[in-house]
Write a protein that binds this ligand. Sequence first.
Ligand SMILES: [Zn+2]
Length: 262
Amino acid sequence: MTARHAYLTIDDTPNALSDGFLDALQKRNVPAIIFCRGDMMDQYPDTVVRAIRNGFVIGNHGYHHTRATKLGFEAACNNIMRADALIENAYRNAGVARPGKYYRFAYMDRGMGAWFVEPASVPARHYDYVSSMISTGLGNNPLDLPNAAQIETKNALQAFLKANGYTKVPFRNINHEFFTQSEMATAVDAMFTFSTSDWAMTERHRDKGIDVKALIDNDPHLARTDTSHIVLAHDQAEIHGVTIALVDHMISKGFKFEALHS
Ligand SMILES: [Zn+2]
């Protein structure tokens, strides 16, 4: 079995059960970048400090979990910086140097509504696949195309992140064409190349009947061994068991999870 390499990116930390969830990853030698929500960091500050000390990289997921499209430029900027201050503080309390500033937008909403990448930048032969990343991966409707003003907001937010020291996450060896040949390649905020759709296992989405293990087994791009993968999953107390089971499933299928900055 040829090893497939992947980076695990976790959104929505922390919550009351995050310590155990992160311990379960650590027990499996699975490193991760965890994108933390500011409102939850206010509630569980010790969990974030503990995660830093245990080697996890903390990314910014905004103060409150609201779509950037809904917030608009000014409020989205405030949302970024309010959480940034909490992350800065957590690294200080952990006594660890912050390795970098990384951002992931809530719902992967970068100001363009349903689309996380400029549709016009997606190579035609990958358009259907990226549409499936939007529908199955994120639960959005790919027919909701962004308008010019939304693309402008997205660009302004990219410039804002850059001006405030944010950079692309240093994922190595990402060779997916839908990534390298689209706007995903130049995005400052954290992208993904495969969503586990673990969110679909929450009570309010379970009626969608998505078979999340089958998604891993049948995805044509995730099958590739000549590129690393950026895997999106969640730290939500309700589905911790599901998410860990998916990680175990990937390990059993020959995935190796890589550390950043190694
Ligand atoms: Zn989120």
